[in-house]
Design a binder for this molecule. Sequence first.
Ligand SMILES: [Zn+2]
Length: 63
Amino acid sequence: MSALFNADSVVVATARELLGIHLPQSADDPTCAVCGQLSPCGPAANARQIELATDFTGRLVGA
Ligand SMILES: [Zn+2]
């Protein structure tokens, strides 16, 4: 299976940014700190799908 996104694309950069901020508020509060939806919220779920469809092999070589 070939990846849909290149690791260096702006789409992937944005998705990873979203993943870093759309997180549950705390262990006691599972709602997203940014949009208030139950975590994983829509933006985080979409961003995760993009990350899963990204080819990071170029990043791993020589890392
Ligand atoms: Zn959110």
